[in-house]
Each structure stands twice: as structure tokens, then as C-alpha cells.
Design a protein around this ligand. Structure first.
Ligand code: NAI
Length: 470
């Protein structure tokens, strides 16, 4: 059996693992990154990137359908060539995944394909595609194995009627009737995609509202748009099971204690994700502490309870977002290289690529109030912003939340076109400990969408120029 000795082995090459590998290489730490599937993990292959590609297609298609509103006449209604869309989407993915191996190599880290399982905290075997086993001895290991969709026992993924988010990105054709179980991030993003492409979409959400945890005022704007798109959002609706009947799937859902049935061609299950910390990985052999849901518990240096064993990204505790994983990847690489550092981000921004987008960082109004803080809150509607009007994206607003006494900015939440691009200014502001005046006094170029954040900060101070201060 071949044996390799390295300083650090990273298990998984998603946005956590590959970033850790690159940074370790840069810092001169001899590193191997092991991956059982494709480089890039869920994010690049079957998550963030392909979903954003399909969101772009559906948004463009929807806008073409409304081109008449801005004086553009189309000779014929637009149509979708679904296989061409899928091909384009796959091209986007392969450009990015191809780059990862090259980046690792250029930075001096080795990439190995195969499935890793621990023997001890310092040794592991990697089973390769040709059946051979590579034995690795390392001083440090980084668990970056990511997460997978949760399966509901009564909705077993069959790759045909019932699919997870990966299946939902690659339907052989656009489904006529789509039932989405779970009104969270993925359910709302993909439900919107197919509604715009012509599917009759029903979203079933067990809780009283969709996108739980996000500022309810922001969610309301998205809920209104979903209605406009013809999406039926059923809340307090627990999906119970389904059966094949005639030429379709019949989904049973419990609403107010009563069973209701809905016909569907496809059922997309998006009820959350669970960490890949079980199975053949062999974490049980190491005595690494997991929380009740199976996430690896780490300290702020990403270190587990076992010396030399670190965990980052979706498989570790904390929010399941790609940029959180990447940040942790950088931190853990520097920790292993002997630098004095830890995960000290004040905020981790979030984005829901809904229509319109919701993005934010820091405390929501409800969280800040629950913490007993007195607040100054400013809001600015996109309908009052020149740029938003001139790009025909007037739904939504920016909201800035600050401590009433100190005026330190505690949170910023935006719902509206390009909210995903606006949130980084807010994250920078909070990282830098900005006060309302820091944002309000910063000259923002006109006409641009980020002016909404400046005006919201001014509104919180009672100094907004283009809306009435009250
Ligand atoms: P989620 O946790 O966001 O939402 C799942 C929803 O399913 C919850 O609202 C839950 O109440 C509901 N649910 C559970 N069981 C149900 C049942 N039997 N019937 C009806 N509803 C039920 O999970 P999701 O959307 O699968 O996303 C997983 C993770 O992926 C998220 O936590 C997010 O961090 C990440 N993600 C991030 C994105 C982004 O940053 N734009 C995009 C997509 C995913």
C-alpha cells in the first residue's frame, strides 16, 4: 500500500476545504486535499453556482415577458430551450471546478481523488477509484466534508418524482406542476425559478411563514411577488407523503389538522441539510465531539476537542453558508501555520436569491429588541430611488438598525433588486464599527442602488433627503 506523509490533510474540496488547501500551500505547509466527488463541493457543482445560473435564466426570461412595459416589442413571445440552458449551466460549473485543481497545484497543495476514512486522528486511508488504497499520515487534519439534503422518510429520493436540490437543478424538462416541500432558502429560490419558466408551483411550509428567521417585512415583499408569479404558498402545511396515481404524483399535506391533496409532476424536497459527519468517514474512532444534530463542535480556531483535528464549513457548527466555510478555511490554515488568529468575523452576511433578493447582516430588528436594546431604525424604499426606477426594479427597501444611544450600526437588511451586491457595504460598515453618521456622511455615487443604504442611515437620524422623516 502506498503511503504519504504530509503536514496537513484536508478532507473535502468545497469552498471550505479548497480555500484551506490554497492558503496552506501559500503558507508553505505541505498539504493534501482529498475529494471523493468533483472539486468544488456542493456549492460549485450542485448548489450556489448552478442555482444562480438558473435564477439568471428565469429572471431574464421573465423580464423579456414584461419587455413591453418599457417599450420593447418582441416579434414573438420568448421560449426556453431547456437543454441549451442546462448545457450553458454545466459550462459555467465546469469552468469554475476546473480552476480549483489548477489553483491548488499552483499554490503547492496536492489534490487526490478518493474517499477518506480515519484510522486514528493522525492516519487515514483513501480508497481510490481503481480500488487501490492510499495511506496518509498527517500532523493535522481538517474535516471539511460539507452537508447533504435531509430526507423525509415518506418522500424517499427516487431521482424521478421526488428529488433533492441537485435533482431540482437538472430536471430533464420543465415540470408542469411542481410541489416544493420546505419554504426556506432553497425552496423559495428554486420555486421562483420554475414559476418564471412556466411551472405551476406550490410551496408547502410547515411553519407559519416562509424564510423563517429573516426580517418579516423583507419576507413580505417576496411573498407578494410569489403571489404575483402564481405560486401557491401554503403555510402551516406539513407534507405527509405521496403516491403515484394515474399519470401523476399525489402529495398529501396536513393543513389545520386536515389532509389536503395536491397533484404534481415533480416533488422537490428542500427541508434543510445535515452534516456529512457519519458513515465511512470514521469520526467515531477519533472521539471528536459532535452536537445533537451531528455538527462537529469547534472553538474559534476551528479546533475540535481532539488535538490536531479541525473542522470547517457546513459539517461544523454555525450557519451553513459557503462564505462562512471559506473564511473558516483561511482561519484554520493560518492557525495551523502558527499564526495567532481566530474566527472573529462580527457578521456573516446572508443572501436569499429570491425575487426580489433579500440580503443582510447583523441583528434583525426583532433580535435587537429581544436583546433589550433601544433602537434607531431607518428605512428607504427603492420606489423613491432614481436608479431603481430607471432599471424598473422598484420593489423593496433598505433598513438600517442602530443602537438608539450610541448610534452604532447593529444590522442592515435589504430587500430589492441587487440586494446581494449591496450587502457588502453593510458588512464592511459593521466590521469597522460604523455609526449611522459614518454611512450617512459617506458620499454615494448617484444614481446607484447603494444610495438606499445611505438614505436609510440618514432616515434613522431623521435626516433623509428624499423621503419624509418621521
Ligand atoms: P431551510 O432550513 O432554509 O428551510 C427548510 C424549511 O423546510 C423550513 O422552513 C422548515 O420549516 C420546512 N420543513 C421541514 N419539514 C417540512 C415538511 N415536512 N413539510 C413542510 N415544510 C417542512 O433549508 P433549505 O432551503 O433546504 O436550505 C438548506 C441550507 O442551505 C440553508 O440553511 C442555507 O444555509 C443553505 N442555502 C443557502 C443559500 C444562499 O445562501 N442563497 C441558498 C440555498 C441554500
Amino acid at each position: 500500500m502506498a503511503t504519504k506523509q504530509v503536514d496537513t490533510v484536508v478532507i473535502g474540496s468545497g469552498p471550505g476545504g479548497y480555500v484551506a488547501g490554497i492558503r496552506l500551500g501559500q503558507l508553505g505547509v505541505k498539504t493534501i486535499v482529498v475529494e471523493r466527488e468533483q472539486p468544488g463541493g456542493v456549492c460549485l457543482n450542485v448548489g450556489c453556482i448552478p442555482s444562480k445560473a438558473l435564477i439568471h435564466v428565469s429572471k431574464t426570461f421573465d423580464k423579456l415577458g414584461h419587455a413591453g412595459e418599457i417599450g420593447i416589442k418582441l416579434a414573438a413571445p420568448p421560449t426556453i430551450d431547456w437543454s441549451a440552458t442546462q448545457k450553458w449551466k454545466s459550462g459555467v460549473v465546469s469552468k469554475l471546478t476546473g480552476g480549483i485543481k489548477a489553483l491548488l497545484k499552483a499554490n503547492g497543495a496536492e489534490y487526490i481523488e478518493g474517499e477518506a476514512s480515519f484510522l486514528t486522528s493522525r492516519t487515514l486511508d483513501v480508497k481510490q477509484a481503481d480500488g487501490s488504497v492510499l495511506h496518509i499520515e498527517a500532523k493535522n487534519v481538517i474535516i471539511a466534508t460539507g452537508s447533504r439534503p435531509i430526507q423525509i422518510p415518506t418522500f424517499k429520493y427516487d431521482g424521478n418524482r421526488v428529488v433533492d436540490s441537485s435533482g431540482g437543478l437538472a430536471f430533464p424538462e420543465i415540470p408542469k406542476r411542481l410541489v416544493v416541500v420546505g419554504g426556506g432558502y432553497i425552496g423559495i429560490e428554486l420555486g421562483t425559478v420554475y414559476a418564471k419558466l412556466g411551472s405551476k408551483v406550490t410551496v408547502l411550509e410547515a411553519l407559519p411563514g416562509i424564510l423563517t428567521g429573516i426580517d418579516p417585512e423583507c419576507v413580505q415583499v417576496v411573498a407578494r411577488k410569489l403571489k404575483k408569479l402564481g405560486v401557491d404558498v401554503l403555510t402551516g402545511a406539513k407534507a405527509k407523503g405521496w403516491e403515484e396515481r394515474g399519470d401523476c404524483a399525489v402529495v398529501t399535506v396536513e393543513i389545520d389538522g386536515k389532509p389536503v391533496t395536491i397533484d404534481a409532476d415533480k416533488i422537490l424536497i428542500t427541508v434543510g441539510r445535515r452534516p456529512n459527519t457519519d458513515g465511512t468517514l470514521g469520526l467515531d474512532k477519533l472521539g471528536v465531539k459532535l452536537d445533537a444534530k451531528g455538527f462537529v463542535i469547534t472553538d474559534r480556531r476551528q479546533q475540535t476537542n481532539v488535538p490536531g483535528v479541525y473542522a470547517i464549513g457546513d459539517c461544523a457548527t454555525g450557519i451553513m453558508l459557503a462564505h462562512k466555510a471559506s473564511k473558516e478555511g483561511e482561519v484554520v490554515a493560518e492557525v495551523i501555520a502558527g499564526k495567532k488568529t481566530e474566527m472573529d468575523a462580527r457578521v456573516i452576511p446572508y443572501v436569499v436569491f429570491s425575487d426580489p433578493e433579500i440580503a443582510g447582516c447583523g441583528l434583525t430588528e426583532a433580535e435587537a429588541k429581544a436583546a433589550g436594546r433601544k433602537l434607531k431604525v431607518g428605512k428607504y424604499p427603492f420606489a423613491a430611488l432614481g436608479r431603481a426606477l430607471s432599471v424598473n426594479e422598484t420593489d423593496g427597501f433598505a433598513k438600517v438598525i442602530a443602537d438608539a444611544e450610541t448610534e452604532e450600526v447593529l444590522g442592515v437588511h435589504v430587500v430589492g433588486g441587487a440586494a446581494s451586491d449591496l450587502v457588502s457595504e453593510a458588512a464592511l460598515a459593521i466590521e469597522m464599527g460604523a455609526f449611522l453618521h459614518d454611512i450617512a456622511l459617506t458620499v454615494h455615487p448617484h444614481p446607484t442602488l447603494p444610495e438606499a443604504i445611505m438614505e436609510a442611515a440618514k432616515h434613522a437620524l431623521g435626516e433623509a433627503i428624499h423621503v419624509i422623516n418621521k
